[in-house]
Design a protein around this ligand. Sequence first.
Ligand code: FAD
Length: 401
Amino acid sequence: MGHSRDRDYADFRQEVRAFIEQSLTDEMREAGRLQTSVFPHMKQAIAWQKVLHAQGWAAPSWPKEFGGPGWDAIQQQIFREEAYRASAPTIILQGLTMCGPCLMGYGTKAQQDYYLPRILSTEHIWCQGYSEPGAGSDLASLTTSAVPDGDDYILNGAKIWTSHAHEATHMFCLVRTSTEGRPQKGITFLLVDMTTPGITVEPIINLNGIHEQNTVFLDSVRVPQTNRVGDENDGWTVAKYLLEFERGSVCVSPELRRNLRLLHRGAKTERTANGEPLIEDRVFRRKLAARDIEVSILEFNERRILSTVVDGGSPGVLASVAKIVGMELLQDIDKLATEVAGLYSLPLQSEALVPGHEKEAVGPDYALTAMPRYLDGRSVTIAGGTSEVQRGILAKSVLGL
Ligand SMILES: Cc1cc2nc3c(=O)[nH]c(=O)nc-3n(C[C@H](O)[C@H](O)[C@H](O)COP(=O)(O)OP(=O)(O)OC[C@H]3O[C@@H](n4cnc5c(N)ncnc54)[C@H](O)[C@@H]3O)c2cc1C
C-alpha cells in the first residue's frame, strides 16, 4: 500500500514538473525570482494563475466540487515544491486560501456560484480586511461598524496592513454589528466590492521600498446585506473556520529549500578576504550546514503534519510549532544570504526588483534580492499571528501554563 502510494506521488511529481517546465514563461520566472515576500508580483501571478486555471490547477487546495484539482495535502506540497523549484510566482493567497474556503464552508449557494469561479479565473482579486489600527493580535476588539440600513449595511472605520488592497477588486472583512456581550459575539463577516463609494486606499511602503500593504478607510460605505457570509454577529465562527482550513497547509520548507539553494550558489562565487571561495570557509560552512539540517528537520515535521492530514487527522499544535520554527528559520536564512552578498546587499535597488525593469542591477543576481528579503522577513513573525502570541497558545495548550 505504502509503496504504491509513494509511486503515485513520484508519478504525480513528474507530471507537475513537466507541466510547469513547459508552461512557465520567462517573464513569470523572472517575477518568481524577484519575489521578496509571500506576495507575488500581481501581473505575472495573474498570468500564471490563468495558465493553471486552464489546466484545472488554479486552486491547489480546493476540492473538485468547487473547481479545484482535489489534491491531497501531500500532492499540494509536491506542487509547492515544484513551483518553487522552477521559480514560479507563488499563488495569490487571499482569494484561493482564505476567502474561497470561507465561502465553501459558510457561503450561500448563490455566493459560491458567483464568487468561486471568479476567484479561480482571477476576474476577482481579494484582500483581507481583518486588522485595524487598534486591533491586531486582539482581533476581537475591532471597531469598524456596520449599521443596518434597509437592505444594506453602512460601514465606517479603517482597516490596516491590508495586503494588496490597492490591486484587489474585493475585500472580505470583519465588522462590528453589535457591542453587546462578548466582543467575539458582535462580529460579522462581509464581502465588499472595492469600487464602492467611500473606500479610500492609502499605501504603506515596506522597509524594502516595496508597496504591498495599505490602510483602507471606510467612510459611509454601503454594502448589501446579501454580501454577508454566515449569520449576523456570527462572523467569528466564519473567521475561525478559515484557521481550521489553513491548519496543516502552512508549509514553508519548499521556500526555505529554494532560498538555501540560492545561498549555496552565491557562496560558490563569493570569495573570502583570503581569496578562497566562501563555500570553502569553515565558519561559513558550519552555519550553512546548521541551516540545512534545520530545514531538513522542518521538512520531516511538515511531512508528519501532511500525512496526518491525508489520513484524515488534525495536526493540532504541531502546525503552530512549524509556523514559529519555519518563520524564524526563514529569517536566519535571509540573514545568511546578506552575509553571502556582502557589500552588494547594501544598495537597495527597489526599481530593479520590478519584473521587466530596464535598470541594470549592481552586483550578481543572488545579491539583488538578499537585502529586500531580509528586510521583508522582519514581518514574517508578525503577520498571520505573531510568534509571541503563537508561543502563548503553545504554553497554554501544550504546557498547561
Ligand atoms: C507584512 C504584513 C502583512 C499583513 N497583511 C495583513 C492583511 O492582509 N490583512 C490583515 O487583516 N492583516 C494583515 N496584517 C496584520 C497582522 O495580522 C498583524 O500585524 C498582527 O496580527 C499583529 O497585530 P498588530 O500589528 O496590531 O500588533 P499588536 O497586536 O499590537 O502586537 C504588538 C506586540 O505585542 C505582542 N503581543 C500582543 N498580544 C500579546 C499576547 N497576548 N501575548 C504576548 N505578546 C503579545 C505582539 O507579539 C507584538 O510583539 C499584516 C501584517 C504584516 C506585518
